[in-house]
Structure formats: C-alpha cells, structure tokens
Design a protein around this ligand. Structure first.
Ligand SMILES: [Zn+2]
Length: 210
C-alpha cells in the first residue's frame, strides 16, 4: 500500500472548501513532466482548477486537498461545475499523446530537442483522439490508482462500476456514477489514453462493466 502524501497541499484559494456528496471518480493525465510541475501550475492559476490527487511517475500519491471538497477539473461548458462537485479527480503524471517525426517521438505537440521523448511509450493500433503514441503509464502508477479507487469507493460509497467501452465519449456519461476517464465526457480530450491498464483496475477494484 502506497502512503498518501498530505504535506504538499494547495492553498484554500486553489479549490472550493465546501463539502459535496461524491458519486464519481474521473481519471486524468497531467500532460507534464512530473506531479510537482502540475501542482505548481495549479498554484499559479487563478481558476481553482485542480484534482484532489496526483500520482507521480514513481507511484507516489499526493493528496493536494481533502477529497470531500472540490475544484474544477472537467471543463464541461454550461454545467456550472455540477459534475466537478460530485466527482473526485485523479491525475496521473504523464506527457500524454506523443507525435512522431522521422522515427522520433516528441511531447507537447512540438518537434524540438527539449521535447524529444525517450521513455517507455504505448503504441495504439490506430490513431485515437489524434495520437497513436502515448507516454506509457507506469505499473506503479496503475497500482496507486487502483489503491485510490478502492479507498475512495469505500470512503464515499461511490458505485464500483465503469463503462464497458474504454474509448467512448458521450454526454450521457455526465450522469454516470462510478469510475470514468476524462475522455468519456470530453471527445476533445485524450486522457486517459488507451494504454491505461483497465483490466487490472477492473480486477483489483472489483468494478462492474455497464
Ligand atoms: Zn483531464
């Protein structure tokens, strides 16, 4: 069991310290080099955008605010934060989608020496949401995500359910109760990507497919 680090907290101005009932967990990835760079960005941004949890590349779990509170993390226009309020967000540190030029992979949609990607990657059989290559999530990150899902389902009574289609997007998922990826409610998003270990998560968290 990974230890949850609660020493790296956001300031109260960076989230909404009002308790809300939770019925959903949404998985994201950061599109960044480390958990810390994302947490620092949230501190600098006035939009109260954040998730309660960020999972570092080495599997370390940061709880940056108490998950009974909430922040904006979905960007769903016209909902006034209704889905953000009832959900707990988990960010996985990852560069996300990668582009390929002359056999070399790059992150941030940018070809440069600085954005050259040399770590483990996941290759999808066909393009998905604009990418075929993705920064691979580490096994220790998948393990940490499963631990968090188990903790949060117990703590908040969140249903142990997930959509059977891991690649789908539909407005109907805005009403889903259980565990989804950001991509389920946002067709323009590629987090979380198809390399996520869904079957492992389903097994370790005893999730029902719906
Ligand atoms: Zn996201």
């Amino acid at each position: 069991m990974s230890e949850v680090d609660r020493t790296n907290r956001l300031d109260k101005k960076d989230y909404i310290a009002a308790e809300t009932k939770k019925s959903l967990i949404v998985l994201h990835h950061t599109v960044g080099g480390s958990a810390q760079s994302t947490i620092d960005y949230w501190r600098s941004d006035p939009g109260r955008i954040a998730t309660a949890y960020v999972v570092e590349r080495d599997g370390k779990i940061f709880e940056v605010f108490d998950p009974k509170y909430w922040a904006f993390h979905l960007g769903l226009k016209g909902t006034k934060g209704a889905v953000d309020k009832r959900s707990v967000g988990i960010e996985i540190a990852s560069e996300g989608g990668l582009i390929q030029r002359n056999g070399v992979l790059y992150c941030f949609d940018k070809v440069s020496e600085r954005t050259r990607f040399t770590q483990d990657y996941y290759e999808h059989p066909e393009p998905w949401r604009g990418f075929r290559f993705f920064d691979a999530y580490a096994d220790v990150q998948a393990a940490a995500v499963a631990e968090l899902i188990n903790l949060l389902c117990d703590q908040f009574g969140i249903p142990r359910k997930t959509p059977a289609d891991h690649f789908d997007a539909d407005d109907a998922y805005r009403a889903f109760e259980g565990i989804i990826g950001h991509h389920h409610v946002r067709p323009d998003k590629s987090d979380i990507h198809p390399g996520f270990q869904w079957q492992r998560t389903i097994d370790e968290c005893r999730l029902e497919l719906t």
